[in-house]
Design a protein around this ligand. Structure first.
Ligand SMILES: C[S@@+](CC[C@H](N)C(=O)[O-])C[C@H]1O[C@@H](n2cnc3c(N)ncnc32)[C@H](O)[C@@H]1O
Length: 385
């Protein structure tokens, strides 16, 4: 069967779109509307997707009249700062994460006008499973259940596809998709902490719950060394020594062992503030398992990632570049990044990994909306804004 032409393709709306990485993974969908309030990301989105109607502004300012036609899928990568295990926890009621509800009122509003989507996705950090003692996860699942979706979640680590450790939670609500659910949880995407969170959900949600079926990729696409730019410059000696002075005794020992072996090894390093006794200490932490650590937005030096090279008894360090970060998110090299490296790192550190979205799209979302579309025929195609 030949793929649908863009005009016939199912339509997705991309909320909290950033640089549009979710949309890139939603192959097979046409993005009929996208929104984000960050001007730098909006510029990158428009540069890469000039044909997509993009609205710059707060999700709470969008009205139903701004949304064209009937979407098949509504995707939300809502802000996670308040839910992140790495940050202070305010939960979904906190102002930033609360933006999810600005999105959700639009889903409900479209449903009331008989143009609601047959699929909804919330992408977030795994801290959503436990923030507010589980109340936030429960609230999201209850909202989807009340709106008539079968709801299920998957914890997906981008490291299965790409050389970056990046576990993320995807809460997926689908209509007409019983055939896409398994009898019970299955590894690797129904993690022990997801199973525990499911057990804490109210009975009404568990009745509508689905363990969505998804196959992992057969292998990862390369290791950290495979995304590195050979021309990037190493830091000078003084800066290198200053960073190496931040190693904990254990990490120093590991690096010394590698250095002493004379082996050529590429690793990743990131600065973290750790509590040691009653002190908070800035540390450089290293990994040599072929993966980068989870990319974050560079707000303050602590989240910046480094490349470490040990070869012939010498250790060199440099900052990860924006282009390398983009490759770690699965972006092709023709993706137009912002000129400033810090902006490129912000865009990529906030984003969702493209091949993870593609796996969800191919195995769950497209099959689900295809069933619904057949059930609804004839239907009006969403027009562009
Ligand atoms: C986790 S990032 C998602 C990035 C996106 N999925 C990507 O792949 O690039 C969350 C995004 O939500 C945007 N955002 C935060 N609050 C918002 C609001 N009230 N209205 C619209 N966008 C908002 C931020 O600018 C940020 O780009």
């Amino acid at each position: 069967m030949s793929p649908p032409s863009p005009a016939q393709a199912p339509v997705a709306y991309e909320f909290f779109a950033g640089g549009g990485l979710a949309g890139l993974g939603l192959s097979g969908f046409r993005i009929g509307f996208a929104n984000d309030l960050d001007a730098m990301k909006a510029a990158a989105f428009r540069a890469n997707h000039p044909e997509t109607p993009f609205r710059l502004g707060d999700v709470w300012d969008i009205t139903l009249g701004d949304l064209p036609g009937r979407p098949d899928l509504m995707w939300a990568s809502s802000p996670c700062q308040d839910l992140s295990l790495a940050g202070a926890r305010g939960g979904l009621k906190a102002e930033r994460s609360g933006a999810f509800w600005g999105f959700w009122r639009l889903v409900e509003g479209l449903q009331a006008e008989d143009r609601g989507p047959s699929a909804v996705v919330l992408e977030n950090v795994c801290g959503l499973l436990t923030s507010g003692g589980g109340a936030d996860f429960s609230a999201v699942c209850e909202a989807m259940t009340r709106a008539g979706y079968r709801v299920g979640a998957l914890e997906m680590d981008a490291a299965l596809w790409l050389p970056q450790s990046r576990p993320r939670l995807f809460v997926v609500g689908l209509k007409c998709a019983d055939h896409l659910a398994s009898e019970g949880p299955a590894q690797p995407f129904h993690s022990p902490r997801l199973i525990r969170a499911h057990a804490r959900l109210p009975q009404s949600v568990r009745d509508a719950w689905a363990w969505w079926r998804l196959a992992p990729p057969s292998q990862r696409n390369g290791d950290l060394a495979s995304v590195l730019a050979p021309e990037a410059e190493w830091l000078g000696e003084a800066e290198t020594e200053r960073l190496l002075a931040l190693l904990s005794p254990l990490h120093r020992q590991r690096l010394e062992a590698i250095r002493a072996s004379g082996e050529r090894r590429i690793g990743a390093g990131f600065r973290r503030v750790r509590r040691e006794g009653d002190q908070r200490v800035q540390r450089l932490e290293l990994r040599f398992d072929g993966l980068a650590g989870c990319l974050r937005t560079p707000s303050g030096g602590s989240s910046r990632q480094y490349v470490i090279k040990a070869a012939e008894g010498r250790v060199r360090i440099r900052r990860l570049t924006g282009r390398e970060a983009a490759r770690l998110m699965g972006l092709p090299d023709d993706y137009r990044l912002p000129d400033r490296d810090n902006a490129a790192l912000k865009l990529t550190g906030d984003a969702v990994a493209v091949p993870v979205v593609r796996a969800l799209s191919d195995q769950l979302l497209l099959p689900a909306v295809a069933v619904q579309t057949r059930a609804l025929k004839p239907r009006a195609t969403a027009s562009r804004a």
